[in-house]
Design a protein around this ligand. Sequence first.
Ligand SMILES: *[C@@H]1O[C@H](CO)[C@@H](O)[C@H](O)[C@H]1NC(C)=O
Ligand SMILES: *[C@@H]1O[C@H](CO)[C@@H](O)[C@H](O)[C@H]1NC(C)=O
Length: 378
Amino acid sequence: MDPLRLICVFGLLVLAQPRVVMDGTGLQKCGFQAIYNFGDSNSDTGAISAALSEVTSPNGETFFGHPSGRACDGRLIIDFIAERLKLPYLSAYLDSVGADFRHGANFATGGSSIRLGGYSPFHLGIQISQFIQFKARTTALYNQLSPSDPGKIPPFKSNLPRPADFSRAIYTFDIGQNDLAYGFQHTTEEQVRKSIPDILNQFAEAVHRLYEEEARIFWVHNTGPLGCLPYSYLYHNSNPGNLDQNRCVKSQNEIAQEFNRQLKNKVSQLSTQLPHSAFTYVDVYSVKYQLISTARSQGFIDPMNFCCGSFYGVHIDCGKKAIVNGTVYGNPCGHPSMHISWDGIHYSEAANLWVANRILNGSHSCPAFSVEEACQLV
Ligand SMILES: *[C@@H]1O[C@H](CO)[C@@H](O)[C@H](O)[C@H]1NC(C)=O
Ligand SMILES: *[C@@H]1O[C@H](CO)[C@@H](O)[C@H](O)[C@H]1NC(C)=O
């Protein structure tokens, strides 16, 4: 293995603790048996749809053939993570219908932020409390059910996580975008910038709580270029001086990048504070920005154009229609795979796949391990 692969964000620290397990062929595969995910709509596989407001058709049309609880025409990055680890798609903890938690659970809910207050009641602290309760209750139930009895009514032992898998699972995060978005909507950009240290202290506290529950392996996505979402553009195009060459809102992206710089430091700090932990920081921002700036050569149309929902000065949600002065707004497009943006806020399956193909092999991670190898430093 190229030792330079280890030198990145955690730099000397990682070199000083060479605990990499090597076999003859290079890096070990971790053989993850469970994924526990925390986040917002970028990785919600059915929570907000079950709990608060149904995600309707045409969401899901490309891959699932029906609404799947995801704000997307198909799969999300977390689904591509599951595929890569050869595990089933994650059931949402809040979805009580047909859930299977043998290989993990998804606590991400649409609209969630790290801090309390914001678009959703299920902020990160609540998601962690849900996980702690989930772990305690499933463990008790698992130990109580007999192994052989398949049962006729749930709970089935085979739908519950194996208690021993909690300490060997991968804990994934994609959260923070709504802390910034809510801040931009309700406060000034300067206030948003000043709030970043507090947001990240709360992120660190969440990680500490998981660590106390035996979580060891963490995979952390940074936040994307919020200013490149079509809705950011539509609400800011009256000020062209604040748009970059890709028509992304410059000031919002600068603050997202500042958030990411501080997140990277925080993750590095956590990896020193918590013994026998393995953290991978994943630069989703750069990959999404690269996609937006090379859209056409990658086979996509104008990145500010989105497939589902509409905007005529007023926002028509994906799945709804409005007729204004005889014009129908809100018909979905015919070819979602040509759009980077599905609904003006969320990425299409085609874009999610493009991003997943570039982040999951480790080429944008620090340390540069793929998602299958994310346990190396434990
Ligand atoms: C609809 O017509 C009204 C009256 O002419 C006009 O003020 C408004 O801008 C039009 N709306 C759209 C979306 O075209
Ligand atoms: C990861 O995948 C991308 C896209 O397929 C490729 O360009 C890159 O070279 C790969 N990197 C590694 C480290 O395998």
